[in-house]
Design a binder for this molecule. Structure first.
Ligand SMILES: Cc1cc2nc3c(=O)[nH]c(=O)nc-3n(C[C@H](O)[C@H](O)[C@H](O)COP(=O)(O)OP(=O)(O)OC[C@H]3O[C@@H](n4cnc5c(N)ncnc54)[C@H](O)[C@@H]3O)c2cc1C
Length: 237
């Protein structure tokens, strides 16, 4: 799938989504659930551009990974909402059942593309596209699971979606390592690189700075750029 197909053409596919409900996943992470119209689909791992429509705000459109899989019957996004949220996040919190938001997309090349040994690397909120990917692997019941390992770094140790992800690991042959420090992450990366050399595929998602530093680490260990797919959540400092 090319650049146009993943990035440009879908931008013009704008649709309305109907809000169903929201709930807290943890102290400061909220999930927002929208109805999934029959004609919408996406590749697990992709994101949408979500637009607030019920009031006028600055920066009314922001990208969010679709945390639900195409095999699920809803569209979900999960996001951090701290003490002084942006206008955008305040507006998300105001949504009531039946209200609408816009979504353009689905967008981006962040989805599994082949059957290589694959290392998924999530930093904090960067777990959202992987929830979708893993749910889809589970739904398809494919053998792809045994080629997938998830490294999930969360320095707060709250590890969002842990129960669900553990459930997926039980139902498939994928494996997970939960981490809470960069040192641990580096040692796990070293192990995977030693086993797979430059034949593995690496998917990295999370706040921009974290994705940048992991990518640099991988490249310093001679992993080629072409084997690294990134989802940089710019917008988080
Ligand atoms: C492809 C892509 C996918 C994305 N997917 C997701 C996703 O699934 N989930 C998601 O949450 N975001 C995702 N993002 C980022 C998202 O678009 C927003 O940029 C991000 O959530 C920040 O939102 P906000 O600017 O509305 O502000 P807020 O979260 O309200 O924060 C505004 C600013 O203040 C800082 N800030 C807020 N509170 C504190 C605090 N207590 N201490 C220190 N700093 C603070 C933030 O870091 C940020 O710089 C994605 C981005 C991209 C490009």
């Amino acid at each position: 799938m090319g650049f146009l197909q993943d990035n440009l053409i879908p931008i013009f596919k704008k649709r309305e989504l109907t809000f169903k409900e929201s709930y807290k996943e943890s102290d400061n992470v909220h999930t927002f659930v929208f109805e999934k119209e029959k004609d919408i689909t996406w590749k697990a791992g992709q994101y949408g551009l979500f637009g607030i429509t019920h009031k006028k705000i600055k920066n009314a459109t922001k990208p969010f990974s679709l945390a639900s899989a195409p095999s699920e019957n809803v569209i979900k996004i999960s996001t951090i909402i701290r003490e002084k949220p942006s206008e955008f996040k305040k507006a998300l919190l105001e949504l009531q059942q039946g209200m609408k938001v816009n979504m353009s997309g689905p967008l981006g090349p962040f989805y599994l593309k082949d059957n290589s040994r694959t290392l998924l690397i999530a930093g904090g909120i960067g777990i959202t596209p992987f929830r979708s990917i893993l749910k889809q692997v589970e739904a398809e019941g494919t053998e792809v699971g045994n080629r997938i390992h998830l490294l999930y770094l969360d320095s707060q140790k709250s590890h969002l979606f842990k129960n669900e992800i553990d459930g997926i690991a039980d139902n498939t042959s994928m494996s997970i390592t939960y981490l809470d420090s960069s040192d641990e992450l580096h040692s796990e990366l070293d192990k995977f690189i030693a086993l797979n050399k430059d034949n593995g595929k690496y998917y990295v998602a999370g706040p921009k700075a974290m994705v940048g530093s992991i990518t640099t680490y991988l490249q310093n260990k001679k992993v080629s750029k072409r084997n690294i797919t990134k989802d940089s959540f710019f917008g988080y400092s």
